[in-house]
Structure formats: C-alpha cells, structure tokens
Design a protein around this ligand. Structure first.
Ligand code: F6R
Length: 608
C-alpha cells in the first residue's frame, strides 16, 4: 500500500524523504512524488513507475532545495497509475499539498459538492477531495481545517499535509491507516512505517486513530479530532538497523527464508519454561483460556493459511472446535458470536484493513480477541484484548516467509497450552511435543542446505503455465501457502487442492507433463496421498513429492522427491514449507522477476 515519508529539520529534506520512501518500497507502489518548501513556493515533482525515475528526475533530491517536505509512493486505488494521479496533490493556488494513504469512501458525494462549488479536479483520485476541502475550510489555522475535514470524510487515511502559509511545519493525521512520527536532534519525521526513519531516529510516536500532529523544528504537537491538545509518550524502537537491510543476500526474501530458524526460535523459546508453555505475557489467564469452548481464527492471505494449519493443530491436540475464515468474508457473513468463543486475529503487519475490521466486529459483539501479530504497536496489537507476538523481526519482502513460519509456531504454542489446560493429551505426549518444538529451528536450518537441489528443479519449470499442489490434513494447509507463494512471485497459475478432492472435478485438468507438487508428511495419511499421486500420474502428470526421510519408497511413485526431516506430525508444516518457499523463490529468480516487489502487490493491505 502507499508509503508516506516527511521531514522537517536542519538537513535538505528531499534526499531524506526519497531515502525514506525507498525503505517503504516493500509496501508496493506504482508511482511516487515529493513536495518541498523551497523558500518561496511548494515545489512538487512526481513520476509514474519505480522510485528511481523520481530519483533521476530530481538528481536524488538535489534539485529540490528546502528543509521541509512530504513524499509518497502510491499504490493505485482510485485512478490508474500516472504522473497526474501520483501524490502529492495540490490545490489550484499551490498553497496546500497533501499525501494520503487509505481510501475516502464518501469521496463521490464530496467531489460532487466541491464541483458544484466551482473547484476543479486535476486527477481521478479520491485524495484530491481532501485538498479542496482543506482549501475550503482553511482560515489561517491548519489544525482547525484538518479537524473539519476529518469530521466530514468517511474511510481510512494517513495524511501528510503542508500549508504555504505555515512553511516551516508539517501536519499529519490518521484514521485506520498507519502513521508514525519520529524525532531526532536533527529534525522531525512522519512515516508509514519504522524502516523509513530507522537510520535517523529510534524515538517514535505511534499516532492513534483520529489524531492530528503538527511538526516544526522546535515542537511536536498532537491534537484530538476536536483540536484539543493531547500528550503522547514516545517509544524507543529497539530493532537492529541491519534487520531492514539485505545483509549480503540477493533479495530480502532469500534473507528472510534464512532467518527462519532464528525467528522460530525467538518466537518459541521464551514461551517454554520449566517443561511447560508459559503464555502469561499475552494478557489472558489460564482460567480465561479454559473458559472458551470454541475458537474462530480470522486473517487474510498467508496469515489465513497459518490459521488453517492452526485449526488442524488446535482441534487435533486440544480437541477444541476451531474454524478459520478469511477476514474479508467473515466480516460480512453475519457470523454467530457467543461469549465462549475466542476470536484469534492473525496478521504480520497488524494493519490489514479486513482483519482489523473483523477484530472490531468481534469486540463489538462481546468476544475476546487474541491477536497473533508481528509488528509491535500496530493497530491490531493495540486493539486486541491479548497479544501473542511473533518475533520474526521486520519483514521487507512482499511475500511473507519468516512471519508465516512464526505464525504457525505461535499456533503450536497455543495448541499445546490449550491441550495442557484441557488435559486432552497425556503428560508424556506433551513432553514429546515440547521437545519436538524446541528442535524445529535446528531442523529448519538443516533444510536450507538443500538450496541447490531445489534451484536445479525450479530451473526446469520456469516456463510452466500451471502447477497443482496437493496434500491432506495439515499438508493441505501447507499446500495453500506453497501455492500462494509460487503464484505471487512467479506469476505462474497454481492451485492448492485437498488431495482427496481432485477426483471431484480438478483431475480433468491433468494432462501430459502437468506439474503436480504432492506433499505427504503425515504417516497416517501417507497411503491415501500416494493413491492420489498414482491417480494424477496415470493421467500424465509429472509429480514432485515432498515427504519425510522415512519414506524413500516414494521414489518409486513420484518423479522427483524432496525429503524433509521428521518432527511430530502436527508440526510438519514448519519443515515442509521451507523447500517450497525456496522453490517459489528460485522460479521467480529464474524468470527474471522482481522477487521482493511482485507486480500489483502490497505488503501492508490497509484498504478493503
Ligand atoms: C503473502 C502475504 C499476504 C499477507 C496478507 C495479510 O505472501 O504476505 O497474503 O499474508 O496480506 O497480511 P498481514 O499478515 O499483514 O495481515
């Protein structure tokens, strides 16, 4: 989604803003722009395409003098990607400039009203209504004008605003789209996310919904939506700056795949204490956890896939009825809530609009919400009743890998916790599973050594058009994720099927050479999946199987086999996903695609 960066201080603003925008590139965008007060006017430059086009146009900001400015990378919603639709947007007198992340839902009515009043629209964006409304309401006091606009617009927004009348100030406002304010001895910053400002400061204010900020070199002031001053306390970000850099890897995705052993360890280890699972930090007591008789998991994309794995593992180990639903469906299907349901919202970014809306709906119906979130201080983390953080660290590649792995690890912790509390497994089995959990990081590490073998196989399938992933039980949950990983970064059409479902229709698509990736890690289901492999092979498919080292006989049945070590059956997804992440990576690399920033995708989906 769109990225915002702004700076006011002692340094030239444009290079700092462009640098900030480059660190937000992972969010996904199709055009970029910067506006800087140059001592006389608000000087604006915008360009469709990659940020480097704007960097070349402005000689990396050198052609834009001035110490105060705002910038934006746009992910098109209203109006196609173009120079004109790129942000910032300015009013007709070039005295107000606005950058916006989010969607103004009532923009059509607002636009009509403004057109009737004689305002002219230069772009097709919803953002431009904000510019004209600010112009209409501005009477010398920027905060008052922003406040009035906020009272009239519906939808989501993070805004960076400049007024020519107040050239040494940046204004910001937010509702349902992330925005932070940073402070250093050198200047003040606004940004959509921490990596944009991490090399300048670690002192950050998280803006809450319906707050306004006013930044000058001397002050950082905050107001509520009624223009009343409010006090906010900054937090210190303790991320390692190198966490947001590639560290010698060709791509963030490859780096993040390699960071999985550490990320899983950081997520699991602090929660295993004295032979037990200790979740006391999450903010829900054992009594409260015991009171739930049902779990509903809600999330989007890969986070949803982690929830599908979570459903299998929770039901298997803790015998608690669990459902997993897509947040965009859940929120509109009039779900049945009751007080005994625990709603678990899973999100890497903690800002996904549909997941956040589902969380709010569940809370409004009196349900307790537990969030599994990676970004500390994000909206979902702040609004949930309890939070189980995944300690994956910053994830920059658009396609998630290490955050997904930490999400499924978080579900293992929860399943074991519930199983222990509900006495659904014996103490011996609990201990065996705990030991297996502790071994996962080392086993994931060992899998990374298979890289060359996977790259070799991937290189043979660069031109393929369709790929099918099949599996049963948690292998099916894993197939959903493996298929998404492949399609999002390789642009190859792929589908995930429960292996037993193929013969109900999909098998008609099998023809000579169709690539089927079959996952068979569950001993209890192994013979069934083998039968499904035979069925597709009979129809001409070429099968690559992923199974455990205990099943060398798979080579008689599949055409190519990738082996993974064995762990306890409910935890197999953590191991089997690694070669399939690498497969997706190498197919994308081999096809010469932008692995970290696939087309049309955004890292943090803050609009519906
Ligand atoms: C795919 C991917 C997305 C996200 C989804 C939810 O690789 O990353 O499918 O999982 O957009 O995002 P979060 O987890 O931030 O809520």
């Amino acid at each position: 989604m769109c990225g915002i960066a702004g700076y006011i201080g002692k340094q030239q603003a444009a290079p700092i803003i462009l640098d900030g925008l480059s660190r937000l590139e992972y969010r996904g965008y199709d055009s970029a722009g910067v506006a800087v007060y140059d001592g006389e006017r608000i000087h604006m430059e915008k360009a469709q395409g990659r940020l480097r086009v704007l960097e070349e146009l402005t000689q990396h900001g050198a052609t834009m003098p001035g110490f105060c400015g705002i910038g934006h990378t746009r992910w098109a919603t209203h109006g196609s990607p173009s120079d004109t639709n790129a942000h910032p947007h300015m009013n007709e007198s070039n005295s107000i400039a606005v950058v916006h992340n989010g969607i103004i839902e009532n923009y059509a009515q607002l636009k009509q009203r403004l057109l009737n009043k004689g305002y002219h629209f230069a772009s097709e964006t919803d953002t431009e209504v904000l510019v004209h409304m600010l112009t209409e309401y501005y009477n010398g006091d920027p905060v008052e004008a922003i406040e009035k606009v906020m009272h009239r617009v519906e939808g989501s927004y993070a805004l960076g605003i400049m007024f020519l009348d107040h050239p040494h100030h940046i204004y910001a406002a937010r509702k349902d789209s992330p925005l932070i304010v940073g402070e250093s001895s050198d200047g003040k910053f606004i940004a959509s996310d921490v990596p944009a400002i991490l090399q300048y400061t670690r002192t950050v204010y998280y803006m809450e919904n319906e707050e306004i900020a006013c930044l000058s070199t001397e002050h950082t002031r905050f107001f509520n939506v009624d223009g009343e001053p409010i006090q906010k306390t900054p937090v210190t970000i303790d991320w390692d700056i190198h966490a947001a850099e590639k560290g010698g890897f060709e791509h963030f995705m490859l780096k993040e795949i390699h960071e999985q052993p550490k990320a899983i360890k950081d997520t699991i280890s602090p929660r295993i204490k004295d032979g037990d699972i200790d979740l006391s930090e999450i903010g829900m007591s054992d009594e409260e956890l015991l009171s739930f008789h049902k779990i509903t998991i809600v999330a989007c994309g890969s986070a949803y896939h982690s929830g599908v794995t979570g459903r299998y593992v929770l039901e298997d180990l803790a015998r608690i009825p669990t459902e997993a639903d897509l947040a965009s469906e859940f929120r509109y299907r009039n779900p049945i809530y009751d007080a005994g349901t625990l709603v678990i919202v899973v999100s890497q970014s903690g800002e996904t609009a549909d997941s956040l809306a589902a969380l709010r709906d569940a809370k409004a119906h009196g349900c307790k919400v537990l969030a599994i979130v990676n970004v500390v201080g994000s909206s979902i983390a702040r609004e949930a009743d309890a939070v189980l953080y995944t300690w994956a660290g910053p994830e920059i590649a658009v396609a998630t890998t290490k955050a997904y792995s930490c999400q499924i690890a978080a579900f293992y912790l929860l399943a074991l916790k519930f199983a222990r509390l509900r006495s659904t497994i014996t103490p011996e089995r609990f201990q065996t599973l705990l030991d297996a959990l502790s071994c996962l990081p080392g086993q994931v590490e060992s899998l990374l050594a298979q890289k060359e073998k996977i790259q070799f196989f991937a290189n043979h399938y660069l031109a393929t058009e369709h790929i099918f992933f099949i599996g049963r039980g948690i292998d099916y949950a894993l197939c959903l994720e493996a298929s998404l990983k492949l399609k999002e970064i390789s642009y190859i059409h792929s589908e995930a099927y429960a292996a037993g479902e193929l013969k109900h229709g999909t098998i008609s698509l099998m023809e000579n050479g169709t690539l089927v990736i079959a996952v068979a890690t569950q001993d209890a289901l192994y013979p069934k999946t083998v039968s499904n492999i035979v069925e597709v092979k009979t129809r001409g498919a070429f099968v690559m199987a992923v199974t455990t080292l205990q099943h060398p006989e798979m080579e008689k049945c599949a055409d190519y086999v990738l082996y993974v070590p064995k762990t306890a059956a409910p935890f197999m997804d953590s191991l089997a996903i690694v070669p399939l992440q690498l497969f997706a990576y190498y197919v994308s690399l081999g096809r010469g695609l932008d692995v970290d920033k696939p087309r049309n995708l955004a890292k943090s989906v803050t609009v519906e």
